[in-house]
Design a protein around this ligand. Sequence first.
Ligand code: MN3
Length: 209
Amino acid sequence: MTHELPDLPYDYNALEPHIDEKTMKIHHTKHHQGYVNKLNAALDKHKGHTSHEDFSSMTVQNLLRNINKVPADIREAVVNNGGGHANHSLFWEIMSPEGSKPTGEVVEAIKQEFGSFENFKEEFSEAAKTQFGSGWAWLVVNKEGKLEVFSTPNQDSPLMEDLSPILGLDVWEHSYYLNYQNKRPDYVEAFFNIINWKQVDHLYKEATK
Ligand code: MN3
């Protein structure tokens, strides 16, 4: 299969003032498109080989969950660009122009795991602010069905550790620098205004059923 850039579920300017139109446009059409193109180019190298059949029909999520089945010579390219594709695909869908109140089963689980929603917000924000250099902050469901917060460098996806990401925040400079420059903490705070909790709750239910 050929991997494709998904459409954004809203307009490029829809997340303003929290994330500006120019950043969204470049982020989606240049950065995310770049990961998709490089992922396809890497997988194409094994076209016609028998090993290709093992992974050519996999979704990007399954490729990452089965990263050890990917031929060694293209594994790093799949980690970086498959990770980039999967991470950004999730990122776009867990944001919405209106944001939404933190509700649903996921919020009950958050309160159970972190003591309160505020505690969770603090832990997640801390992970986002202290990730050194480029990377992501995550809320994931682990194999025991419990919630965890942490950050990863580069485009490393939690899927490679068999974890299910349900909320992710891109803290690469390309995601905020035009509007926030060095003020990553302001971007992290603004992100909480545009989280689509309905979608996060949906992903939580999918991951725990
Ligand atoms: Mn990005």
